[in-house]
Design a protein. Structure first.
Length: 132
């Protein structure tokens, strides 16, 4: 009797994973995923578009704590497992520091949500102009 239940569980897990992947890739909210060491491993197209990043390879391997605002709130992040803030992303400065070559060197205001997950960190960004 256990085998059919186990098979049903396996069948049910697959659509959930597929649905989560679909949500991740189709979300209008920018999502960056970082491993437990704070290294960027994945981002959806919305994140790349919002941050004007030409391609994911340009930023893969960057550290979440290279962002001074997140580094400053690291203790609070680990204590509460979630921080939210608004901050400007100066794409001209990013270009000058050779972090990546943004599609449009400008300053954009973003809403940030940073959370600790079992597998690392998750950052969600939204352009505040499109939130109004």
């Amino acid at each position: 009797m256990n085998k059919p239940n186990q098979n049903n569980q396996k069948r049910q897990e697959r659509p959930i994973t597929t649905n989560l992947e679909e949500i991740f890739y189709q979300s209008p909210i920018g999502i960056f995923l970082y491993d437990k060491n704070g290294i960027l491993t994945k981002a959806n197209n919305s994140a790349l578009n919002i941050a004007r990043i030409p391609k994911l390879d340009d930023v893969l391997g960057t550290n979440i704590f290279d962002n001074p605002k997140i580094a400053f709130k690291k203790e609070e992040l680990h204590e509460k497992r979630l921080i939210r803030f608004q901050d400007s992303l100066d794409l001209l400065q990013i270009k000058e520091q050779n972090i990546y070559n943004p599609l449009e060197p400008e300053v954009i205001d973003l809403d940030w949500t940073v959370s600790v997950t079992d597998s690392g960190y998750l950052i969600q960004i939204q352009d505040t102009v499109t939130n109004n």
